[in-house]
Design a protein around this ligand. Structure first.
Ligand SMILES: [Cu+2]
Length: 265
């Protein structure tokens, strides 16, 4: 590659990354930067950008410096038998290149842990509470109103949406009924494990009407790939209407005799 084309190739790669960030991948999950709709999703997004931008600057800086040294000091440009200056036991230099990456890594760790603490603390000021259970292969959402939404896994189409009202702080309590699953809707919150025998927590607060996609993020068996997640946020009047429908459907199901309840011949 000619020297002049190199910065062009780097610019092209950066451009491609930003183009990719604006398109939606399979199942609506953005491959790079999902557009956040819940404050914890926004916090994760900010952390992601806050770490990625300096990381990209450091990466490009290191690569440009490396290429400059390789091209500027290549053997064909030097006199025959040339040996570059040999640096050994340079204490200041060695301390500097040990401390500098340590500062970068500690800064990333500190920044991430502060965000994790904010997103996964069990909250107590919630407006409503929903118990999310993961099973092989799907999710159940138990509402305090007394009904449960079954989001059975499938690849044949969209799964039943998990519905929440807009502008409400919803506490999510996670359980696993068989193996470990992980509830992950990138626009809403980070991956939250649903572990058998262990209570895990997250929350969401969505201020706009819409539908967001996610998937199980913990390999949990043969049907793992079917464990899609769809979260739908509705305005309060539509949500209240939806709750009435769920309660009516449940009452109807309980009223009609189930096959197991009928007497055996
Ligand atoms: Cu899974």
């Amino acid at each position: 590659m000619k020297q002049g084309r190199l910065p062009l190739a780097v610019l092209g790669l950066i451009g491609a990354a930003f183009l990719l960030s604006s398109c939606e991948g399979l199942g609506g999950v953005s491959p790079i930067f999902p557009t956040p709709v819940s404050p914890n999703g926004q916090g994760i997004y900010n952390t992601y950008i806050g770490i990625s931008i300096p990381a990209i600057i450091i990466f490009v800086g290191v690569e440009v410096a490396l290429l400059w040294v390789v091209l500027r000091y290549r053997r064909s440009k030097q006199p025959v038998g040339y040996v570059p200056p040999q640096i050994h036991d340079h204490r200041t230099l060695e301390i500097a290149w040990t401390i500098a990456p340590l500062i970068v890594v500690l800064a990333i760790a500190g920044y991430s842990f502060v965000e994790l603490q904010k997103d996964f603390q069990p909250i107590t000021n919630e407006d409503m509470r929903i118990v999310v259970s993961g099973h092989q292969f799907g999710w159940d959402y138990a509402y305090t109103d007394g009904f449960t939404v079954h989001q059975e896994g499938t690849l044949a189409g969209d799964v039943t949406p998990f519905v929440v009202p807009t502008h409400k702080l919803v506490r999510l309590e996670f359980q696993g009924t068989d193996v470990i699953h992980s509830w992950w809707v990138p626009a809403i919150s980070g991956k939250t494990d649903a572990v058998p025998g262990y209570s895990n927590f997250s929350w969401l607060k969505i201020d706009q009407v819409g539908t967001w996609h996610g998937e199980c993020a913990e390999l949990c068996g043969a049907g793992h790939s079917t464990m899609q997640i769809i979260v739908q946020a509705m305005n309060q009047p539509e949500y209240d209407q939806w709750v009435k429908q769920q309660l009516a459907a449940q009452a109807k199901a309980t009223a009609s005799p189930s096959p197991s309840a009928s007497p055996s011949p």
